[in-house]
Design a protein around this ligand. Structure first.
Ligand SMILES: [Zn+2]
Ligand SMILES: [Zn+2]
Length: 703
């Protein structure tokens, strides 16, 4: 329901209002519309984005429905007429008419005509001195030059996706040279001969090489050729080419390729299903460590040119929604590495005159099918790319690409990192999610781990489940961390579930107060995502290393998304600091507790002892939480034992409070304020069931 149009030159125009002192002044923001670059008088606004800079109520009546709130974003649906303009509001894009002065218009780009900007490194020269490279044939020359190019720091700096152990191996001359020499020795001689002949065809390849036979259990890299496609539209398509590796043996791999899982929707699997023949040719049979296999596979993908042609980054249009965001992260990670590696390859190969097989007209393949880059994820150590988005004032959200759900013995579970450790991290913590039968995503579902850091106060579903009162200066960070999984249900809707630590009383070190596993894990994540190391770390702390993060921001007024790599800041997380006894005493007093840090087992005078037994407040809650008190079981099941210090002298605190690094308090049960429980006790397990996710993220699609 649009407001009644009125001439904007009437008494409601703020410029006049300010002089007339009209009582309607408070209906709007009361300020004169600012002069702005976005306000270009006379320019047609239709289809451009706008942002509300004043509040506007229906009929300019503050009692009526508010149509525009400052900061509201949307699209101009008409041009301005007599000072009024129709704009879209809300999720349903309702149309309302508002005074033109209440909005700013962004004229840079039409609404929906979105631009994507990202910091992407270009490589035009390899930096390799090819004259020093000795090789007995052109393939060998290509391999040696490429390996050298990948080892140069100037190139590696443009490849932040490269896993740390691959980076280290390449930088180490003797290790790299050993790998290259071994690879050249391992290559199939017929493959080398064909690859070095620019006139070879894929049919020569199929005739000269032998497919993997029953019993061929060698490991190594292979080329797979698919062809004679059944789909009518693909009938005349030339064969397709893929490079892969297997540690299970060529024949086993060959058999599994011929029957890809039905739920495998990758292009490579589609090609196999559609093809009449699917032949696996060992081209580098070898015995080697996983890093070597990844190296060999990566080099062969590049020298054969078997990346999917559409992997080149062309980000064209944007859309809104979690689904698009998840697809984007996955595809972006792959596209980014494929494109930078392709740039390195074309620089190197241009300098030495090597044409990758799939790029040769004579070879005659339709396209390569490789999608991912082994260099990104070597030896099961992935350099995970996290995409950071911010909900201003609320939380920062980090998302990574998806992982398949695996079935464990009795529960569905997904390891947070799926066995892929962050290189340079000293720890590999698995975050297991467990669902009851029938809940949670089915086996094989791709789930997307998400970490959320609240900007103010605890997360509604804190992973660590710690009490509010803790002994470390940075204790409050621990409960700010929420971890959830997102997945797409069979109904096409997106679901999510937070998960939380089950064993919240676990300590990393029994001699050091306060170091619960929940604290150690979440602070490890906080430092990882802040990209800083711990200064003066304690032995029990968890080091996840430094996260690789790209921040995604969206500017509505220019319809531009920006994605840029966050560079780890200099400096470190402050050294571990324990709060003083006085600080902790004060914190517990603030909760309304009595007898804080007072004499052991002495309750304030004049108050009755609780019937449930003599315990400090913390032990009372521990016992309460365990259901001991509710079941009226005798005290002693959670004893409040007096702590003795290093000199075997009695102290005024109990063992439980000592381990937590806090002090005892002695409040009678009937005087305990309700707030005390979350402050002193671990939070109850509050994770909700799966529910649809709000589509609150502006994201991009890649084509
Ligand atoms: Zn106690
Ligand atoms: Zn105590």
């Amino acid at each position: 329901m649009p407001s009644t149009p009125r001439s904007a030159s009437g008494p409601n125009q703020p410029g006049l209002r300010s002089t007339s002192g009209s009582s309607q002044g408070s209906a709007q923001s009361g300020t004169q519309p600012p002069t702005s670059n976005y306000n270009t008088p006379g320019r047609p606004e239709k289809d451009y984005p706008y942002k509300a800079i004043h509040n506007w109520h229906e009929n300019n009546n503050t009692q009526a429905r508010k149509l525009l709130a400052v900061g509201q974003l949307g699209k101009c649906l008409t041009n301005t007429q007599h000072g009024w303009i129709s704009v879209s509001i809300g999720k349903n894009n309702a149309q309302v008419q508002v005074p033109r002065w209440a909005i700013e218009v962004g004229f840079e780009r039409k609404f929906g005509d979105r631009l994507f900007e990202h910091d992407f490194s270009r490589i035009s020269q390899s930096g390799v001195n090819h004259n020093n490279i000795q090789a007995s044939n052109s393939l060998e020359k290509a391999i040696r030059s490429l390996a050298l190019a990948l080892s140069l720091k100037s190139n590696q700096d443009k490849m932040p996706f490269m896993s740390d152990n691959m980076r280290g191996m390449l930088r180490n001359d003797s290790q790299r040279n050993a790998y290259v020499a071994k690879m050249i020795g391992d290559l199939n001689k017929d493959y080398v001969r064909l690859a070095c002949n620019e006139q070879s065809t894929v049919q020569d390849f199929r005739q000269a090489l032998r497919v993997a036979r029953l019993g061929d259990n060698r490991t190594g890299a292979y080329a797979r050729v698919t062809g004679n496609f059944k789909t009518p539209a693909h009938r005349n398509r030339r064969p397709e080419f893929y490079v892969g590796q297997t540690s299970a043996g060529f024949y086993v791999r060959s058999a599994s390729h011929r029957s890809p899982r039905l739920d495998d929707t990758s292009l490579a699997a589609e090609s196999v299903r559609d093809a009449d023949y699917c032949e696996l040719y060992p081209i580098c049979g070898t015995v080697g460590d996983p890093l070597y296999l990844d190296f060999v596979e990566q080099i062969l993908i590049i020298v054969n040119g078997s990346y999917r042609p559409e992997l080149k980054l062309q980000l064209t249009k944007a859309t809104v929604g979690v689904s698009a965001l998840q697809d984007f992260i996955k595809i972006y990670s792959m596209k980014e590495s494929a494109q930078v590696l392709s740039e390195v390859a074309s620089a190197v190969f241009g300098e030495i005159g090597w044409t990758p097989l799939c790029d040769r007209p004579a070879f005659g393949v339709h396209r390569g099918l490789n999608y991912d880059s082994p260099i990104r994820q070597t030896d099961w150590r992935e350099k995970v790319l996290w995409i950071k988005t911010t909900q201003p004032g609320v939380k920062v959200v980090y998302r990574r690409s998806g992982l398949p759900v695996r079935v464990t013995t009795s529960t569905l579970g997904v390891n947070f990192k799926n066995g892929k450790t962050y290189q340079s991290a000293t720890a590999n913590v698995k975050f297991g999610a467990h669902w009851k039968e029938g809940e949670g995503p089915p086996k094989g579902t791709e789930v997307f781990p998400v970490i959320e850091l609240m900007m103010n106060g605890p997360h509604p579903y804190p992973y660590a489940r710690l009490p509010e009162v803790g002994c470390f200066a940075d204790w409050h960070f621990a409960n700010r961390v929420g971890i959830k999984l997102e997945w797409k249900g069979d109904d096409g809707k997106w679901y999510h579930q937070y998960f939380q630590r089950q064993h919240y009383r676990e300590y990393m070190d029994s001699h050091e107060p306060g170091c619960t596993r929940g604290y150690a894990e979440t602070l490890g994540l906080v430092k990882y995502l802040h990209q800083v190391p711990q200064d003066q770390p304690r032995g029990w702390m968890i080091d996840f290393g430094i996260a690789r993060i790209k921040e995604l921001t969206w500017d509505h007024m220019t319809q531009t998304a920006h994605l840029h790599e966050l560079v780890a800041p200099a400096g470190a997380w402050p050294p571990p600091t324990w709060k003083t006894t006085a600080q902790i005493t004060h914190e517990i007093q603030q909760l309304g507790a009595l007898g804080v840090n007072g004499p052991y087992m002495v309750f304030p005078p004049g108050t009755r002892l609780m019937p449930s037994g003599r315990k400090c407040d913390t032990c009372f809650y521990e016992a309460w939480y365990d259901g001991l008190i509710r079941r009226r079981r005798v005290s002693g099941d959670w004893p409040c034992t007096r702590h003795r210090d290093a000199n075997d002298q009695q102290t005024n605190i109990c063992e439980t409070c000592f381990r937590k690094g806090i002090v005892c308090s002695w409040t009678p049960e009937d005087q305990m304020p309700p707030r005390m429980i979350t402050a002193l006790q671990y939070r109850a397990h509050t994770a909700p069931s799966a529910a649809s996710i709000d589509l609150d993220v502006t994201m991009l699609e890649i084509s």
